[in-house]
Design a protein around this ligand. Structure first.
Ligand SMILES: [Zn+2]
Length: 403
């Protein structure tokens, strides 16, 4: 048995064997329009796709009903300020690995609490793993908090048992470790199923906390960070695992592969607390509002603007932009950052402006955004070319309430 296993689907050998032995009709039964809708939404349909209940298990551990799948093509009606638009999607192919979100929760002009109920029949180490997962989320101090609920009827997410024996399972059922889904109607997906074939009185999984955190991550909208290249965490996988697609990249998370994320497609049995990238993804997606005033200070480095002939001119300015943080609107009392302070800025590329986030180190009173180059060519006063680049809080100076 190989050490790498399909996240949250147990061993790759189980999966691999099943794949080769699987009757062809199991795949044929999935309607082509379902596959097309999933592909259009950026899901990998080449493996880990099975009919399940009144919907489908996608990418191994994501449960989507047929209506969920229909909704994938709708624009997310999220009120989260960081929900990204179509422009961002044009950049997807340039981002080999990053953090990605699906539809999001409607939260928040403040903090939203997500209550989780776990079936009491689970082993104590699983309940302890849930408590650890919750405490890790809450330690981030972002726009969501999590708590245990004593009532399944009032909980936002219910963690329930399911029993699927991989050796004796009904047709079209995947013997996953755990499954979850994406938010619907602005609320978290309400069910995480844990397969007691694997999680039982004789089992112990050292990565139980990060596995539960992973499934909770799906329930609040996060996709696999390597959804377009599952080989990154899964090793060599079946053909067609790189799917492209239109998951929403959280700009500011690394464009380079980062190991150890809680949302990698595959786990290796090792506990994975949140990485800095994970923290930025969570805080950037669901920011906690803070009463902090942010001033952008621009220092002119050079002005190489010039006239072209009679009627054209080029504005060519180089600035250094720094953000300063203050407690008061008069900008006199510095604010010292703490607890995963995230700033949201615009990333300029020509005339396009895309939102991105930065994680500011603790203990800072300012943050250097680096060089901002204004490079615009005008003809008879009309802009004909724009090569502006850099990061800026806004197109003009001033101060803003963070984030
Ligand atoms: Zn997953």
């Amino acid at each position: 048995m190989k050490k790498i296993y399909y996240a949250f689907l147990l061993a790759v050998t189980i999966f691999g064997c099943k794949k080769s032995n699987e009757p062809l009709e199991n795949k044929v039964k999935i309607p082509i329009e379902i596959i097309q809708k999933l592909k259009a939404a950026g899901f990998d349909t080449s493996e880990g796709l099975h009919e399940h209940g009144d919907g489908y298990i996608v990418e191994g551990d994501i449960f989507l009903t047929k209506s969920d799948i229909d909704r994938l093509s709708e624009n997310p009606k999220s009120k989260i300020s960081l929900s990204l638009n179509l422009k961002d999607r044009l950049f997807q192919s340039k981002d080999p690995i990053g953090h990605y979100v699906s539809n999001l929760l409607t939260a928040n002009n403040g903090i939203r609490n997500i209550s989780i109920y776990i079936n009491p029949s689970f082993q104590q180490y699983i309940k302890d793993g849930l408590d650890l997962a919750i405490s890790r989320y809450n330690a981030l101090e972002f726009g969501l908090t999590f708590s245990r609920s004593t009532s399944s009827s009032t909980a936002d997410i219910v963690i329930s048992t399911v029993f699927i024996d991989p050796n004796n399972k009904p047709n079209n059922v995947t013997a996953y470790l755990m499954s979850s889904g994406f938010p619907t109607n602005g609320n978290p997906y309400n069910q995480i199923l844990v397969n007691t074939y694997y999680y039982n009185s004789s089992s112990f999984y050292a990565d139980i906390a990060s596995t539960l955190a992973h499934e909770i991550g799906h329930a609040i909208g996060f996709r696999h960070t390597d959804y377009m290249d599952r080989a990154f965490s899964c090793g060599i996988v079946a053909d067609g695992n790189n799917e492209g697609g239109n998951a929403n990249h959280i700009r500011g998370t690394s464009p380079n592969p980062v190991s150890g994320s809680w949302m990698l497609a595959c786990a290796n049995g090792v506990d994975r607390p949140f990485t800095d990238e994970d923290i930025l993804a969570l805080n950037g997606t669901y920011p906690k509002l803070r009463n902090v005033y942010v001033k952008q200070v621009g220092t002119l480095i050079s002005d190489d603007s010039y006239l072209i002939g009679c009627c054209d001119d080029r504005t060519l300015l180089s600035h250094n932009f720094t953000l300063e943080f203050y407690q008061d609107q008069n900008l006199t009392i510095p604010y010292t950052t703490t607890n995963n302070f995230v700033v949201k800025v615009f990333e300029y590329s020509g005339s396009s402006q895309l939102t991105r986030v930065f994680l500011v180190p603790n203990g800072a009173t300012s943050y250097d955004l680096g060089t901002f180059i204004t490079d615009v060519t005008y003809s008879y006063g009309t802009e004909v070319q724009n090569n502006t680049s850099g990061y800026s809080l806004a197109p003009f100076g001033g101060y803003y309430l963070a984030p």
